[in-house]
Design a protein around this ligand. Structure first.
Ligand SMILES: NC(=O)C1=CN([C@@H]2O[C@H](COP(=O)(O)OP(=O)(O)OC[C@H]3O[C@@H](n4cnc5c(N)ncnc54)[C@H](OP(=O)(O)O)[C@@H]3O)[C@@H](O)[C@H]2O)C=CC1
Ligand SMILES: Cc1cn([C@H]2C[C@H](O)[C@@H](COP(=O)(O)OP(=O)(O)O[C@H]3O[C@@H](C)C(=O)[C@@H](O)[C@H]3O)O2)c(=O)[nH]c1=O
Ligand SMILES: [Mg+2]
Length: 304
């Protein structure tokens, strides 16, 4: 039965997308194959799944997201982040299904003094960013109607993310050293899913009985999509612990110590400023993303 194909459903954004689409419209077929049913490192597996399911939409939040590990695992990072979007795009083009894809602020070098716009020059500092940039370009060249959402610093109540690391370690250690000179926008996975569902509904409405892929082509391309406002990793951790302390006054949490990036060496370099301007998104789709603090407060209520 036709419907939506969502990759990466065990991940943060994929999980939220599956939950949201299933709850919004129980009669919609939501196909959410896991890695055992759809291995994105394997082009034959991708082609097989798309040709069998013939979805009306393909949403691809799956990715190789281990930023540091990617430095020594280029092959897998590029297979999942660069080649899979190409193959998905090629198959989507054949069946006329639009592809909604996710990318990252880490495509930028991070030396800009203002928020990056979609047309700014991308110049990744590491393998993860390079592989994601290649994925954007491969999808764009595939012939599929597509939207690429560049987002940043994704977190949720479950999964592997900075917020959950901070909350865990802050109960175990007296002090935590957190970089305070990398700037960006924390973005809730659920807000990205909500945004995606809103856009899908708008586009279906616009297309009406006409061709969905054709309706998308005139606006296809890259869209920055983050919660609004910005902070540093230190500021993000500080706000999370401030809210936690208010909710759990009897528990003692680590003291946070702001440090420069140079004092937190990692295999992959990260951008100093990867703030993204979301003006294009809000103009095109009439979407206003919430402030990151509001989203954080909501997500924290779900974490015990
Ligand atoms: N996390 C972040 O901070 C940011 C993420 N993004 C982008 O947003 C999107 C969503 O990220 P997020 O939800 O956080 O990612 P997660 O790391 O939470 O989830 C990644 C998903 O991809 C799946 N996956 C990875 N490799 C394969 C494979 N070979 N075959 C099949 N599935 C695979 C994982 O499956 P499994 O569980 O089996 O490993 C998992 O379901 C991605 O495109 C990411 O690049 C952009 C900016 C920030
Ligand atoms: C855990 C920890 C991290 N840090 C620093 C390291 C790094 O500079 C920054 C963030 O660390 P993390 O490794 O959690 O986050 P990182 O893996 O860099 O997160 C990135 O993931 C990919 C997928 C993206 O697309 C990006 O938008 C971004 O969210 O915080 C500290 O300073 N102290 C700490 O205790
Ligand atoms: Mg990480």
């Amino acid at each position: 039965m036709p419907g939506i194909l969502i990759t990466g459903s065990t991940g943060q954004v994929g999980g939220e997308l599956v939950r949201l689409f299933r709850s919004q419209n129980p009669s919609l077929e939501v196909h959410a194959p896991d890695r055992s049913q759809l291995d994105l490192r394997d082009p034959a597996s991708i082609r097989d799944v798309v040709r069998t399911l013939l979805p009306q939409w393909i949403i691809n939040p799956a990715a190789y997201t281990a930023v540091d590990r990617a430095e020594s695992d280029q092959e897998d990072a590029f297979a999942v982040n660069a080649e899979a979007p190409r193959i998905l795009g090629e198959e989507a083009a054949v069946i006329g299904a639009p592809v909604l894809h996710f990318s990252t602020d880490y495509v930028f070098a991070g030396d800009a003094e203002r928020p990056y716009e979609e047309t700014d020059l991308a110049k990744p500092l590491g393998v993860y960013g390079l592989s994601k940039l290649a994925g954007e370009r491969n999808l764009a060249a595939s012939g599929a109607a597509h939207l690429i959402f560049r987002t940043s610093w994704v977190y949720g109540a479950t999964g592997k993310n900075f917020l959950r690391t901070i909350l865990r370690v802050a109960r175990q250690q007296p002090q935590m050293r957190i970089v305070a000179d990398q700037h960006g926008a924390p973005t809730a996975a659920r807000d990205l899913a909500q945004m995606t569902a809103t856009i899908v509904a708008q586009l279906e409405e616009t297309a009406g009985a006409g061709d969905l892929a054709e309706a998308i082509r005139s606006i296809q391309g890259i869209y920055n999509a983050t919660n609004s406002g910005d902070t540093t990793w230190f500021g993000f951790a500080e706000e999370a612990l401030r809210l936690r302390r208010a909710a759990e006054p009897c528990i003692s949490f680590a003291e946070l110590i702001p440090i420069p990036t140079a004092e937190y060496p990692t295999p992959a370099r990260r951008p100093a400023s990867s703030r993204l301007s979301c003006v294009k998104l809000s103009r095109t789709f009439v979407i206003q993303m919430r402030p990151w603090q509001t989203a954080l407060g909501e997500v924290l209520k779900e974490i015990s």
